[in-house]
Design a protein around this ligand. Structure first.
Ligand SMILES: Cc1cc2nc3c(=O)[nH]c(=O)nc-3n(C[C@H](O)[C@H](O)[C@H](O)COP(=O)(O)OP(=O)(O)OC[C@H]3O[C@@H](n4cnc5c(N)ncnc54)[C@H](O)[C@@H]3O)c2cc1C
Length: 461
């Protein structure tokens, strides 16, 4: 930032109701920390907004002063675009207010809310909408990239449940996007990954869920991984939309339901939820008990809210993380062999390979019904490479890349924009797929100068 730019910060402060943080301010260093500790960026200004007007002020200031602009929701994206060096961060993390209309089955929630904020507000009424599996994730980034989790097979992607959004455009205008207002923008927001403006408020449709659901984990020995995976493939192919089962291969954490001798050993686990009558769920999951030797099981009827937070302790902020992911349309034996080979040489105790089963309601809309195009991805496989110390970067990153390359022949070529790392610019086209050209047209209309470019960027047509 130049001296003249700095001299005009007072202009930004005037009328700003949130907090403006500059290097040297007490809260500046904590405000520039995000989930992935590999990201170490030093913005010139962090504008912690309290209202939509603050967001407008931040956007106008960055545009008029020619500052690079980043937008922060929950700060979870692995690529670290929630921050920028030298420029201005419009930080929504204090904007979390939620309002539920139980009779109309709708929630409106501000753009800095986490999944925990959303779930808490909606579950108070026995309602929910499909979101991700780690409750500290931001609703904004998750939704704008598509969004999937435990309820997606039954109720679709998060974007499939979006009714409307309040957006601050690059011109600093506040518009409402929905099926009938700015419908091209509404289409683009639903998978276009933060390219089109700052979303200050989301409105979602809600569904009756729980509040108690059958859910939990079943753990088998790593030595039986191949036959567990093969049976898993056959099982999920026939599972109803209400039942979702994901697979994880990793070292066993010291979970109380696992015998001490299993802690730290490689395992394969199934994580499951039945989003309907628990008794029916019990009946449906019976075959899982015959998949192999059960080392431990923790399945029962528990609050949906608790299940939504089950994986939080394994996914805390502050570690160094590198991911690689593939969209899959089928699970082949060759894929299982590669998974087993690479799970056999995990670079750290925190690393994991997981296969998320989506399909069901996520696969039914047309591929151009929203910007999120990957209706053929019935599974998303993500490799979480995760470690503590910088000297382990090369090893952790190398393992993930090698695994990614080894499994590319079994993938369908699509990519999930919310899982792309900073060095995967070559996969951005694959992330937007055949919708890219239309997205570029919408980008030209709403952001012709590409003000919103700290993202998996779509160049204006
Ligand atoms: C531990 C963990 C678990 C995850 N699990 C899942 C999962 O189960 N399912 C799933 O679908 N995804 C999952 N994700 C991926 C997640 O969807 C993305 O990381 C998502 O971008 C997070 O959103 P955020 O607001 O927290 O991130 P941020 O880093 O704050 O935002 C990501 C990008 O979105 C844009 N953005 C953020 N806020 C706004 C806004 N208000 N308006 C406009 N643009 C904005 C910006 O371009 C920003 O760079 C997970 C991520 C992590 C780290």
């Amino acid at each position: 930032m130049t001296t003249s730019q700095a001299g005009t910060i007072e202009q930004l402060k005037g009328g700003f109701t949130g907090e403006i943080l500059l290097p040297g301010d007490g809260a500046y260093d904590s405000a520039r920390q995000i989930w992935n500790a590999m990201i170490d960026k030093r913005p010139a200004i962090i504008a912690r907004c309290a209202t939509t007007s603050d967001v407008v002020r931040g956007v106008n200031f960055a545009r008029d002063k020619g500052l690079l602009l980043a937008v922060r929701g929950g700060g979870h994206h692995i690529a670290g675009n929630a921050l920028c060096n030298d420029g201005l961060v419009v930080d929504l993390s204090k904007m979390k207010a939620a309002h539920v209309d139980p009779a109309g089955r709708r929630v409106t929630i501000e753009g800095g809310a986490t999944l925990a904020d959303l779930d808490a507000a909606t579950q108070a009424h026995g309602l929910a909408t499909p979101v991700g599996i780690n409750s500290t994730t931001g609703i904004a980034g998750l939704t704008l990239g598509g969004g999937f989790g435990w309820l997606s097979r039954k109720y679709g992607m998060t974007v499939d449940n979006l009714e409307s959004a309040e957006v601050v455009t690059a011109a600093g205008e506040v518009v409402r996007a929905s099926a009938t207002e700015h419908s091209d923008l509404f289409w683009a927001l639903r998978g276009g990954g933060g390219n089109f403006g700052v979303v200050t408020r989301f409105e979602f449709r809600l569904h009756p869920v729980g509040p108690n659901v059958l859910s939990g984990l079943i753990v088998y020995p790593f030595s039986e991984a191949k036959r567990v995976l093969q049976q898993y493939r056959d099982f999920v192919a026939k599972a109803p939309d209400e039942l979702t089962v994901w697979t994880v291969l990793r070292q066993a954490p010291p979970l109380p339901f696992l015998p001490a001798e299993v802690h730290g050993k490689k395992i394969i686990a199934l994580a499951l939820i039945h989003a309907d009558d628990p008794e029916e769920g019990e009946r449906l999951i019976k075959p899982l008990h015959k998949f192999g030797t059960i080392l431990g099981e923790h399945v029962g009827v528990q609050p949906y809210l608790a299940w939504q937070q089950t994986f939080d302790p394994l996914l805390t902020a502050g570690a160094r993380n590198y991911w690689k992911s593939h969209n899959l349309s089928k699970l082949e034996d060759g894929l299982f062999d590669a998974i087993i080979e690479y799970a056999g040489k995990l670079p750290s105790p925190q690393c994991e390979i997981f296969i998320a089963a989506i399909g069901g309601a996520t696969a039914r809309p047309a591929s151009d019904s929203a910007a999120y195009t990957h209706r053929d991805a019935t599974f998303v496989m993500n490799v979480h490479s995760r470690w503590e110390n910088q000297e382990d970067d090369k090893h952790g990153i190398g393992w993930a890349r090698d695994f990614f390359n080894a499994t590319t022949p079994f993938a369908n070529g699509g990519a999930y924009v919310n899982f792309l790392t900073a060095d995967e610019g070559d996969r951005v086209r694959a992330a937007y797929g055949p919708n890219y050209e239309r997205l570029a047209q919408v980008k030209r209309r709403y952001d012709p100068e590409n003000l919103f470019r700290m993202n998996q960027n779509i160049a204006p047509a």
